[in-house]
Ligand binder design. Structure first.
Ligand code: SF4
Length: 768
């Protein structure tokens, strides 16, 4: 049965429904006035006009009392951490001294009992260096509201006299990007408007380099439905999905909260998901209110009749209007309860469900859009994106088709590939939730993705993390608990303290990108803690402590070694067995020196003999995996689609030979990454074709790979003048030439594939 949920103000006092779910998030209304007059604002422009009776600024006594209530609630419920968001109106209108005093009071009263995550949501107009210094001093992370470029922002976010606020907002964002203030830059909040071009908005927001973006659907309900163009059933979903596609194609360069919540279902927000809405508002006069967005429903909708002077936070948590949003599925309408996507959607934002007569006992007024968003984002995340050619821009694809591709294009390809890895890892999260190790790893990774995104990128960009994730997805023997090791490695890179249980394999703990710790006891898991730059593991009575930055540690520590810090010489990662050839075991110190010297020299040879390819190769190549020598003495090399950025090679005859192998294999990596996101040929076409370098007919994909790699190898030999090199050049050029014709003749290429191959043709045609 759905809960009755028409809410009302209750002036007589609290109505307790047991048990109380503790509240961990507080919106503290520092001010009740604003220096903008945005026409979509739910505080001033919607039916609830209760702000008119509020004091302009919260007094120090109210701040002190509110802080004590929050602290006593944290103690009573043993909360480790609480979040307080300074809000308004516009909180910066309180002035530098009042903001400093408020933050100081909150930290003084709350921090002795719980970690305080102190934030502010602001329009940024009054964000001066002096105010920035206060925010840094008290570690108040600030989110700025911006709706896109100037034209987009000016649609709603204007001064009371109608003038633009855009330049002032950009000035605030410029300030927050400065190194001195970057630590308190929390992100950008953008309200969706269908009148704005979604890609234009996305690019404008991205240009401000926010650590996080959040999109807000315009406040509306069944009495005041949102603007909808006639004949378009899900315009808001369409708008957001345009951004979603581009965001995935860009490799998810910044967390977008709404999209990530829809993708993983684990990060419930107030807008979507079934997680408890454990949030209460404290108004400037100290009264407890429900979420602000309810003000868009009716006058008094957010009121509770409670205040910090007479009531505890428990009383507010027990208020029916707050309690009903904490009981998940049971608090939703009957329609939502039986909806197949309710797990991700959660009925949408509470305020969007309101209708006169039935109160909040309805699906969201954005129901159709939400359902479409859930379905589309789930489909995209559940598989490696393939097919839609718009995930790589035409410019980048054309540039890569020439052969080398500019460094920028290769960088873009790498970022698109990172999006593929993220989608794979995200798709593991529902299964991970069922395993304690993996679940803890996932939770840590999600936190780090917010606080230290570069560290997460470093680990997810490690070639063998994708191979591990893909093996988990296909049900191979890979171990889902390794997700904890992935997260632990990210914590080490982030330089943060962390504690979690990680997976061990044959008594060894592998940390991708870092190395392996030998425990010496046969266990499947160990307790790992990262603190002050050291890693300590304990299991089966054994305790090992290592310093990951040590070049070569004790016998228990086998760090991943690198060539000048740029390319890993990977001989420890358990998931490097993704090539068709046997990998070498851990190198001895002498072997390591030989490999390092030869690789260093080979990279210089690439610079000399393949100057067009060198920048892209150095951008893309993350790891070289030594292979066991081939029994016939031949040089062998390999690349794997599931290990982007890694090349495996047997010991090469010399640096020249190794340079050619690297160029050759990196072409395969590039083409694999392109094929992840673009259909270059008809995958259902079973035909094969003859290519000059093989006696057996090849499938289209194999031929395409051969052409792309040989194009690069021909270019390497072309630049050398010795007769042997010229002989090689002619052979590879002719192979490439012949296979390009065969590919074009087969008429199996897609339009994107046809363009790609014709760019290769143009390159060959320029050669002598
Ligand atoms: S899609 Fe509609 S019916 Fe389904 S949970 Fe969301 S709001 Fe409710």
């Amino acid at each position: 049965m759905s809960q009755p949920s028409p809410l009302r103000s209750d002036p007589v006092g609290p109505v307790r429904v047991a048990p109380v779910t503790p509240l961990t998030q507080y919106v503290l209304k520092l001010t009740s006035r604003c220096d903008l007059a945005c026409d979509h604002c739910y505080v001033y422009e919607h039916p609830d006009q209760s702000w008119r009776g509020q004091p302009r600024v919260m007094t120090p006594a109210t701040v002190e009392t509110a802080a004590r209530r929050i602290a006593e609630h944290a103690v009573a419920h043993r909360l480790d951490a609480v979040r307080v968001v300074l809000h308004g109106g516009e909180p910066l209108l309180a002035g530098v001294a009042r903001v400093a005093a408020t933050a100081g009071t909150l930290r003084r009263v709350i921090e002795p009992v719980a970690r305080l995550d102190l934030r502010m949501q602001s329009n940024g107009l009054l964000l001066t260096p002096a105010m920035g210094d206060v925010l840094v001093a008290h570690d108040v992370k600030v989110g700025i509201s911006l709706d896109g470029d100037r034209a987009a922002n000016d649609l709603h976010r204007r001064h009371v006299n109608g003038t633009s606020s855009h330049a002032q907002v950009l000035r605030a964002l410029t300030l927050l990007r400065r190194p001195a203030y970057r630590s308190v830059y929390a992100g950008i909040l953008c309200t969706v408007d269908l009148a704005n071009d979604p890609i234009g908005v996305y690019e404008a927001l991205l240009a401000e380099e926010p650590p996080r973006i959040d999109f807000l659907l315009p406040h509306a309900n069944w009495d005041r439905p949102p603007v909808r163009p006639e004949g378009v059933p899900t315009p808001y979903a369409d708008w957001l999905l345009t951004i979603h596609r581009r965001w995935l194609a860009d490799g998810r360069p910044v967390p977008i909260r709404l999209l990530e919540s829809l993708l993983d279902g684990a990060t419930a927000t107030e807008a979507v998901g079934l997680g408890p809405a454990d949030l209460v508002v404290i108004e400037t006069d100290g009264s407890f209110e429900q979420v602000d967005s309810l003000k868009s429903a009716f006058h008094g909708a957010a009121a509770t009749g409670l205040d910090v002077f007479r009531h505890e936070v428990d009383d507010a948590a027990a208020h029916p209007g707050i309690a009903v949003r904490q009981i998940g599925l049971a608090g939703l309408s009957a329609t939502c309860q039986s909806c197949p996507v309710v797990g991700r959607c959660g009925g949408g934002l509470f305020a969007h469900r309101y209708r006169s007569g039935s109160g909040f006992d309805n699906p969201s007024v954005y129901c159709a859009d939400l359902a479409q968003l859930v379905r589309s984002t789930a489909t995209t995340s559940a598989r490696v994106p393939s097919g839609p050619a718009d995930t790589l821009s035409r410019t980048v694809l054309d540039d890569l088709g020439v052969g080398a591709g500019a460094e920028e294009s290769v960088r873009h390809l790498a970022s698109v590939h990172l999006g593929v890895v993220r989608a794979l890892v995200v798709a593991l999260s529902p299964t991970a939730a069922e395993d304690p190790l993996a679940a803890a790893g996932w939770a840590l990774l999600v936190d780090l993705d917010v606080d230290a995104p570069d560290a997460v990128r470093t680990v997810l960009g490690h070639p063998f993390v994708r191979h591990w994730a893909q093996r988990c997805r296909t049900g191979a023997s890979a171990d889902l608990t390794y997700l904890a090791n992935v997260a632990a490695a990210a914590a080490v890179h982030a330089g943060v303290d962390a504690q979690l249980a990680v997976a061990a394999r044959d008594g060894v703990i592998h940390l991708p990108t870092l190395g392996a710790i030998t425990l010496g006891v046969d266990v499947e898991a160990a307790d790992l803690s990262v603190a002050r730059g050291s890693i300590e593991v304990r299991a089966g009575g054994r305790r090992v402590r290592v310093r990951p930055t040590a070049p070569d540690g004790p016998v228990e520590w086998r760090p991943v070694r690198s060539v000048d810090g740029a390319v890993l010489l990977e001989d420890t990662d358990p998931y490097r067995d993704c090539f068709d050839l046997p990998v070498a075991p851990r190198l001895t110190p002498q072997e390591t020196t030989r490999w390092r010297d030869q690789l260093r020299l080979a990279l210089r040879r690439v610079d000399d003999h393949a100057p067009d390819y060198a920048p892209g190769l150095r951008t893309l190549l993350r790891a070289v995996v030594p292979l066991r020598p081939d029994p016939t003495g031949r040089s062998r090399s390999a690349a794997a689609r599931t290990a982007f950025g890694a090349v495996a090679v047997t010991p090469a005859a010399d640096a020249e030979a190794l340079a050619v192998l690297l160029v050759h294999e990196v072409q395969h990596l590039k083409l694999d990454a392109i094929l992840d996101v673009c259909d270059l040929f008809d995958r259902a076409d079973p035909r094969t074709l003859r290519v000059p370098w093989r006696t057996d007919p090849r499938p289209v994909e194999g031929a395409l790979h051969g052409v792309y790699a040989h194009l690069a190898v021909a270019d390497v030999w072309r630049r050398r003048s010795d007769p042997t090199a010229q002989g090689h050049y002619r052979q590879y050029r002719d192979w490439t030439d012949g296979a390009i014709d065969a590919l074009l003749d087969l008429e199996t290429l897609t339009p994107a594939g046809d363009r790609f191959v014709r760019h290769m043709r143009a390159t060959v045609d320029l050669w002598p």
